[in-house]
Design a protein around this ligand. Structure first.
Ligand code: ADP
Ligand code: ASP
Ligand code: MG
Length: 402
């Protein structure tokens, strides 16, 4: 079997832990598997490097940020190779570039365009364990790029797809995907299976156990992911195509919390055709990700417009909006909001799911500021200080601990 394994930051967070990973890799190799191992930077390392850059500049060059941040993964990859050599396992560490990972030119948030697997295959044929530094590639100009936070998951899935691997195992400090973040709700239950669509919603809505882009790519390429813990043995959670036999008859499968949200409210906006297009085009030009949008029914020629953006993009959003200040009465901003969401494919065929969530919020005296829904999710913007409480209340409401 050809297996792609990915070990995240916590799993390689210290020299002892890298040793532990080396033991796991050696064992899988002894069992006769061909192995490609993708590693993250040691936990906290990427954040530390970002802080270093901030010491010099509030707006460091994105090209240089990629040079800087890609180094964390190289450290772990080479240390793991050295540890394996000491155990008598033949291994070689490759950077993203050496592994043939080509991306577009979007520094710090690049997309993988293609993977040339020649070098990896050559090393595998020579009987080596191939270790790949995650989270990175190169663009057409040969510049290093990185794939967005949590991007080593994406490296692993892309490699598994390109190599037609038999399995893509993603190891972290939890033994699978839970009904909600077990750090928030200790009663959360591990799921045996979850569909790509549900996992994509959960990860896009804040569950960082898998990077959302990696799930999107896994679905596109048909890569079956198994989420497991590097600290214990167990079957983990399988993320795959929706399968009626495998998936139980559940309506809601998980709850996610995204704290990286900020709300923008524009009052007394001139109510004329084209105004929304102008404002949101401007935000799009600035590459600001607008999420929920609400507009009130207009009164006396004006309307109120509210929307959310990632907290980290609020300052840029304020600047973009300033260009329209003659078009609205006042603007206010709130960083102390969060988004809590319920996700489940069963919602397609059941009614009253959203109403049940709203009732639960009301009974806990939590005010809902914005709502958005799709076929398989309901999201609510609420005060950040009630975020974790809301997760627990909803977890109980849909009996996810049962
Ligand atoms: P790594 O550093 O290995 O990539 P992450 O820290 O990115 O690992 O992801 C694992 C963490 O995701 C867990 O420690 C857990 O707190 C969090 N998490 C959030 N939502 C969930 C969920 N639904 N199921 C499991 N873990 C979750
Ligand atoms: N080290 C990178 C990050 O912290 C990528 C990853 O861990 O997946 O975001
Ligand atoms: Mg991660």
């Amino acid at each position: 079997m050809l297996i792609v394994q990915k070990y995240g930051g916590t799993s390689v967070g210290s020299l002892e832990r890298i040793e532990n990973v080396a033991k796991r890799v050696a064992k899988a190799r002894k069992e006769g598997n061909d192995l490609v191992v993708v590693v993250s930077a040691m936990s906290g390392e990427t954040n530390k490097l970002i802080e270093y850059a901030k010491h010099f500049s509030k707006t460091p060059s994105k090209r240089e940020m990629d040079m800087l941040l890609s180094s964390g993964e190289r450290v772990t990859a080479s240390l793991l190779a050295i540890a394996l050599h000491e155990m008598g396992v033949d291994a070689v560490a490759l950077t993203g570039r050496q592994a043939g990972i080509r991306t577009d030119n979007t520094h710090t948030y690049a997309r993988i365009e293609s993977i040339d697997t020649t070098a990896i295959r050559r090393e595998l044929e020579q009987g080596k364990v191939v270790i790949v530094a995650g989270f990175q590639g190169i663009n057409e100009h040969g510049e290093v790029t990185t794939l967005g936070r949590g991007g080593s998951d994406l490296s692993a899935v892309a490699l598994a797809g390109a190599l037609h691997a038999d399995a893509c195992e993603i190891y972290s400090d939890v033994d699978g995907v839970y009904t909600t973040d077990p750090r928030i709700e200790p009663k959360a239950k591990k799921l045996d299976y979850i569909s790509y669509d549900e996992m994509l919603e959960l990860s896009s809505l804040g569950a960082k156990v898998l990077q959302n882009r990696s799930v999107e790519l896994a679905k596109k390429m048909g890569v079956k992911i198994i989420a497991k813990s590097s600290f214990s043995d167990g079957p983990g959670t399988i993320i795959a195509e929706e399968d009626e036999e495998m998936m139980e008859e559940v309506v809601v499968s998980g709850i996610a919390l995204d704290k990286n949200q900020a709300r923008v409210s524009l009052r007394d906006v001139a109510d004329r055709p084209g105004i929304a297009a102008e404002i949101f085009n401007r935000l799009a030009e600035e590459e600001i990700n607008v999420d929920m949008i609400i507009q009130n029914a207009s009164r006396e020629g004006t309307t109120n417009l509210g929307f959310t953006v990632p907290q980290s993009e609020l300052e840029r959003a304020k600047k973009a909006i300033a260009g329209f200040d003659h078009e609205f009465g006042s603007a206010d901003y709130d960083e102390n909001v969060c988004k809590v969401s319920i996700v489940g494919v069963g919602m397609k065929s059941h009614s009253g799911i959203a109403a049940k969530a709203f009732t639960a919020m009301a009974q806990s005296n939590i005010n809902i500021e914005m709502i958005s829904t799709s076929e398989i999710k309901v999201s609510m913007i609420i005060d950040e200080k009630y975020g974790e409480l809301a997760v627990r209340v909803l977890h109980e409401t849909y009996e996810l601990d049962k």
